[in-house]
Design a protein around this ligand. Structure first.
Ligand code: NAD
Length: 414
């Protein structure tokens, strides 16, 4: 099936960016919201993205006007009668998303694809609220949508192959990198990221290191990530991280039990950059220093103390979860690595040179026997959340240790 016209529902942080991406590929898009102010904000956001291209000499003013003319902003569904795909980007609440899809069911042609930009909710559950579950699929863009290359494509239990193929092609036409992910809480990238971010918060609330020290150790001059975990969480929103953390905890249990400090910051409405303070203090200069909050938690005996920080402590849970995703067939090996490179900019600092590398290749390079040893040592020191997943033991027993044996998660010829 071909996509000639696109609908976007929800003109918030994501919807506006997605509309820009669609028009940039030359397709018309109709953007619907329930709040005129949101439509106005989305219009400004899209114009801002194009204007910066004009300012950089990447397009002419005339070309920008042509792109902007492809967008219709609306409060009604009148222009949804001939769209081939709708991408919903309304708030992360199942009932709201299901209601939007029910409304769309009444106005869109029967073969219109319904895609959801949900970060974690069940696609199957959304599909069940429609008369077309075979046409419902996850299409998870990353923020900011016009910059981030990765799109996770998540088929629900009823989604048909034609819908998967069409959406994969559509994502490529948008100049994105689609990765098909089996439905599971957090999908792929958020599922991998959360144990890493959570461990960073545990290390800091336990007094093993300060947020600055952790960010330095994990960032470009340390491990190699584009930014440290605390800068990242302040940018993503601590409320959003806590919400995703809770959701993953409810499904995956103790290995991702959210650190208490998340709740403390959420209670204090310290959501990160957007509220002027989070782990770091920005514009809210009267905010209590993080160290004081942590000290009180420690004195009240709310958190464990006396643990150690190391780069491994943060990276190993991320790697272990990536191995588990292979074991569970959440995505194929190359796609998992690609998703981490394109979705979170994973790179590794090799003697001062930043090399793009996903978690599976990184483990292959380290040696899967070494990965198991490190996880077992951390398990002894910090608890069962570090227990190595079965596939690691299986590979080690089979002598598939990674690059040194030419076979690990991947195969190597040299
Ligand atoms: N913000 C991110 O970093 C990010 C990244 C990836 C995915 N997502 C996902 O994208 C979705 C949207 O997130 P967001 O951050 O853009 O949210 P947002 O709150 O910024 O925007 C949501 C928009 O939906 C509108 N809306 C609410 N109910 C509606 C309805 N019934 N019909 C039409 N519009 C309605 C709101 O007015 C608002 O403009 C969520 O599912 C979120 O999990 C967000």
């Amino acid at each position: 099936m071909w996509i000639f016209k696109v609908g976007v529902v929800g003109a918030g942080a994501m919807g506006g960016g997605i509309a820009q991406v669609v028009t940039f590929s030359g397709l018309p898009v109709v953007v619907k919201d329930i709040a005129p102010s949101q439509l106005e904000a989305a219009r400004k956001h899209v114009e801002g993205i194009y204007q910066s291209r004009v300012d950089k000499g990447k397009m002419t003013h005339g070309q920008m006007q042509e792109k902007l003319a492809l967008i219709e902003y609306t409060l009604s569904y009148d222009s949804f009668t001939d769209v081939d795909i709708v991408i919903e980007a309304v708030p992360e609440v199942m009932k709201v998303k299901q209601q939007v899809f029910r409304e769309l069911d009444e106005v869109c042609p029967p073969d219109t694809i319904f895609a959801s930009n949900t970060s974690a909710l069940s696609i199957t559950e959304m599909g069940a609220a429609t008369k077309r579950p075979h046409k419902v699929i996850g299409m998870h863009f990353f923020n900011p949508a016009h910059v981030m290359k990765l799109v996770e494509i998540i088929p629900g239990a009823q989604t048909d192959q034609d819908t998967i193929d069409t959406v994969q092609q559509f994502a490529q036409d948008l100049r994105k990198i689609p990765v098909v992910v089996k439905e599971c809480p957090g999908f792929l990238v958020n599922r991998l990221l959360m144990p890493y971010l959570n461990e960073a918060v545990l290390a800091v609330e336990e007094g093993a290191a300060t947020a600055q020290q952790v960010d330095e150790a994990m960032g470009r001059n340390g491990f190699g990530w584009p930014m440290g975990p605390f800068f990242l969480m302040d940018m993503l929103g601590i409320d959003v991280c806590a919400h995703v953390g809770e959701y993953l905890y409810s499904h995956y249990g103790d290995r991702v039990k959210p650190a208490r400090l998340f709740y403390k910051l959420v209670e204090a409405k310290r959501f990160g950059e957007k509220t002027g303070a989070g782990f770091y203090i920005y514009s809210a200069t009267d905010a209590e220093p993080l160290e004081a909050i942590i000290q009180r938690m420690q004195q009240a005996g709310e958190v464990q103390t006396g643990t150690r920080f190391s780069v491994d402590r943060l990276i190993m849970p991320f790697l272990n979860e990536a191995a588990l995703c292979v074991q569970e067939g959440i995505a194929n090996v190359n796609d998992i690595d690609m998703a981490c490179i394109a979705g979170i900019g994973m790179q590794v600092n090799k003697g001062g040179e930043l090399v793009r590398m996903g978690p599976l290749e990184y483990m292959d390079e380290m040696g899967l026997d070494v990965v198991v040893e490190k996880l077992e040592a951390l398990e002894k020191e910090l608890g069962p959340r570090f227990h190595p997943v079965d596939i690691l033991y299986q590979k080690v027993r089979a002598g598939e240790l990674g690059k040194k044996t030419k076979r690990g998660f991947k195969e190597y010829t040299v």
